[in-house]
Write a protein that binds this ligand. Structure first.
Ligand code: GLU
Length: 278
């Protein structure tokens, strides 16, 4: 059975790009007799606004979608802490105190998530009570798992290339997990078989595949869909003034009609999906 999910973070209202993502995930599961899940990704306690979860439910209902809601990330912190402990005990995490500016200054390349962390703190001894993030030692991790592959429904078979993102953060300073760890554990716990999300997260999957191997989790398939772009050809973003679904409804847009148009490909979809993180 196909199980997909829509996993929005409640740090801003949903826009048309989210609607396309939700509809894609919904249809891939439901048209095949499967299940479509909603998971609120509120691991970021500082940026998350709890009231937005209700707004998201209204948005999905407005699009005419049905869903099953699974536990929000804020309810799953024990699982994250346990997995981080396993990785740390295995010698695969190290603490890092670099600021964004430190990383930008030291990085020699830019990856899909910005400047790639060059490993400055690896091997350094820090006082036990130092406030630090914990990063995955990707080279060490790969040496334990060997080469890995994963499958994308649109882009085909991929050789996992977790080094492309570098030693990503696994445990944040004030949170038990980063997006990478939390989403990977959640998808496994929720029985997701087809991880459906935007192509902007394509490179993250290299890391997720590695985490699955390290933590002995089931390996799903992925479907990274193209992104809806604005008139300037940019990814939609609330901060750039992309209209929210709630605003669009307010100004008279019929959500079900929008769903029909999105399914028909009426809105520009990025032609050059960033499938590779080169
Ligand atoms: N919570 C993420 C976001 O809102 C989505 C993560 C995912 O689909 O894996 O961008």
């Amino acid at each position: 059975m196909i199980v997909t999910r829509f996993a929005p973070s409640p740090n801003g209202m949903l826009h048309m790009g989210h609607a396309f993502s939700a509809i894609t995930a919904h249809d891939l599961a439901v048209n095949a007799g499967g299940r479509f899940l909603l998971r609120i990704e509120d691991i970021d306690g500082v940026r998350s606004k709890p009231e937005l979860a209700d707004a998201f439910r209204e948005d999905l209902a407005g699009l005419g979608l049905g869903w099953e809601e699974v536990a929000a990330q804020s309810k799953r912190t024990d699982t994250y802490t346990a997995a981080a402990h396993t990785l740390r005990e295995a010698g695969l995490l190290y603490p890092c105190v670099c600021s964004r500016a430190d990383i930008a200054a030291a990085a020699s390349r830019i990856g899909a998530e910005g400047p790639v962390y060059p490993g400055t703190c690896k091997g350094k001894m820090l006082p036990a009570d130092t406030a630090a993030v914990w990063r995955l030692d990707v080279r060490e991790a790969i040496s334990r798992t060997g080469d890995l592959q994963w499958n994308d429904a649109l882009a085909g078979r991929q050789n996992a290339d977790p080094l492309a993102l570098g030693d990503v953060v696994i445990v944040r300073k004030d949170e038990p997990a980063s997006y990478h760890l939390a989403a990977t554990l959640d998808d496994a716990a929720d029985g997701v078989t087809l991880v459906t999300r935007g192509a902007d997260l394509f490179a993250a999957t290299h890391i997720h595949r590695l985490l699955q191997a390290l933590l002995d989790l089931p390996v799903p398939r992925w479907h990274h869909h193209p992104l809806i772009l604005d008139e300037q050809g940019r990814k939609l973003a609330k901060r750039r003034g992309s209209q929210s679904l709630a605003d669009l409804r307010q100004s008279g847009l019929d959500g079900q009609q929008l769903g029909t148009e999105l399914r028909a490909g009426r809105y520009t979809v990025s032609p050059d999906t960033p499938y590779r993180n080169s």
